[in-house]
Design a protein around this ligand. Structure first.
Ligand code: PMT
Length: 219
């Protein structure tokens, strides 16, 4: 039995990597399996939320009770997020969005030639920063995957984007694994949630989120 602590709330979240096409067969991507974001979507649905999961390409089935919108590149992900936002009280960015995309996508397969190949990359929009900067934004939760100095980098990302809550994890713990170790950051401090299966950590993250939404103090 799980209490419906998110009943009546709509949540939009992103998960997985983005895939930025170079030509019809090649692209650049990040190495996210989607497991953390899908676990969170599942936990939110179990807690009674209406969930829209905007997902990059992953090999996972859509969680029960969740509306999944499948996308490839960061630009598609941004469009799908903004289309889903009306009525959403919460936005969560779990996706590992590629920071850059090829400036041009070749219409046909690029042929192998002598010498090297130069790719010109252009920055992708920061979806979470754009949502957080809306005039009347939903409650925005960020994720930060770092390879060192988690506290310092995670808190600086939270402050830079003006987020009320952020989930920090280490890439070496998080990427592709079934379990993880996370620390939550909000305006009141830092909350280590320990090491556990991603489903269990997702349940703890939803508990913290629901308490903040209800205006409660964390212990
Ligand atoms: O999928 P798994 O294998 O389970 O791995 C989970 C995970 C490690 C991918 C996940 O737990 C995680 O930490 N995701 C965030 C990855 C990250 O470090 O993102 P970032 O530092 O590039 O971005 C910070 C925040 O801004 C994130 O919430 C991200 O979704 C968001 N962002 C970033 C760039 C961008 N262009 N748009 C965004 O919305």
């Amino acid at each position: 039995f799980q209490p419906k602590i998110m009943a009546g709330r709509k949540v939009v979240l992103t998960a997985g990597p983005t895939f930025e096409a170079i030509d019809p067969v090649r692209g650049i991507t990040n190495s996210s399996s989607g497991k953390m974001g899908y676990a969170l979507a599942r936990a939110l649905a179990r807690a009674g939320a209406e969930v829209v999961l905007v997902s990059g390409p992953v090999a996972l089935p859509a969680p029960a009770g969740v509306r999944r919108v499948s996308v490839r590149g960061a630009l598609d992900m941004r469009d799908a997020v903004f289309a889903a936002l009306p009525g959403a009280e919460v936005f969560i960015g779990v996706a590992a969005v590629a920071d850059y995309r090829p400036q041009q996508r070749a219409e046909h397969k690029i042929k192998k030639a002598e010498g090297g190949l130069e790719l010109v990359l252009t920055p992708n929009p920061d979806i979470l920063a754009e949502v957080a900067a809306l005039p009347n934004p939903p409650f925005c939760v960020g994720f930060a995957a770092e390879s060192r100095e988690l506290d310092a980098y995670a808190e600086s990302k939270r402050r830079a984007k003006g987020l009320p809550m952020l989930v920090g994890n280490l890439v070496q713990d998080a990427l592709g694994a079934d379990d993880n170790e996370v620390v939550l950051y909000d305006d009141n401090g830092r909350y280590p949630l320990g090491r556990a299966a991603k489903d269990e950590l997702a349940r703890r993250i939803v508990e913290h989120l629901a308490t903040l939404l209800a205006g409660g103090e964390m212990r």
